[in-house]
Unconditional design. Structure first.
Length: 209
């Protein structure tokens, strides 16, 4: 049997890229307009562009000419290149397959506490670092309810049952339960009710901290 190799139409690829650019430009135009508290009707009066055309530009439904973009940049008092900012920035993604999370030890890690880092992106445009962990507590794991670190943490229980302390409160966590808290307070598993236990822990904090 002859194998058929399917190749993507280069015209289709170009059209998709152009569409992404149109959407990125539209988002920037809308963001600058709203930041200056200018209505679409007011921007129309300032630029001579119709409300319908401005709506198409902001929704990414048309490809504005350089002349049109220059008119908008003058009206909004922003550099022409600022409309391309969202398109040119690198957007990272991390794909971690099952079983491939990086096993590591965190400060205060106790016996039989297994931490798997599921992905990590350092400096990024959002200004926030997010660290997702899969934590496994095996039989006879030590309890340690006094972890403390900066940021916000979210726990989602997958398997088993634990009594989880945060400050002066203890929360019984079962599969499907979520706990969202300020990580500056002492926290951690205080009672191991049903083992093995597994839960997702997502920690977020400013990247300049």
């Amino acid at each position: 049997m002859n194998a058929t190799i399917l190749q993507q139409d280069p015209h289709s690829v170009r059209e998709k890229r152009e569409k992404v650019l149109e959407v990125a430009i539209g988002r920037e135009v809308r963001a600058f307009r709203r930041k200056q508290e200018i209505t679409v009707a007011e921007l129309s009066g300032m630029t001579g562009l119709s409300i319908g055309m401005l709506s198409k530009i902001e929704n990414g439904n048309t490809s504005p000419s350089l002349t049109t973009l220059q008119t908008l940049s003058n009206a909004l008092s922003v550099p022409l290149t600022s409309f391309f900012r969202g398109f040119e920035e690198d957007r990272m993604a991390v794909h971690t397959k099952a079983g491939e999370g990086v096993e590591l030890e965190r400060d205060g890690t106790r016996a039989n506490h297994q931490y798997n880092l599921l992905g990590h992106i350092g400096s990024n445009a959002s200004g926030v670092i997010v660290e997702p962990y899969l934590i496994t507590l095996s039989d006879k794991a030590d309890v340690f309810p006094t972890f403390q670190h900066g940021g916000i943490e979210t726990i989602y229980m997958l398997e088993g049952e634990v009594d989880y302390r945060h400050g002066d409160q203890v929360y019984p966590l079962k599969p499907g339960d979520t706990l969202f808290f300020d990580a500056d307070a002492p926290h951690g598993p205080e009672g191991l009710v049903k083992l093995p236990a597994r839960y997702l822990s997502v920690i977020s904090y400013p990247q300049d901290s």
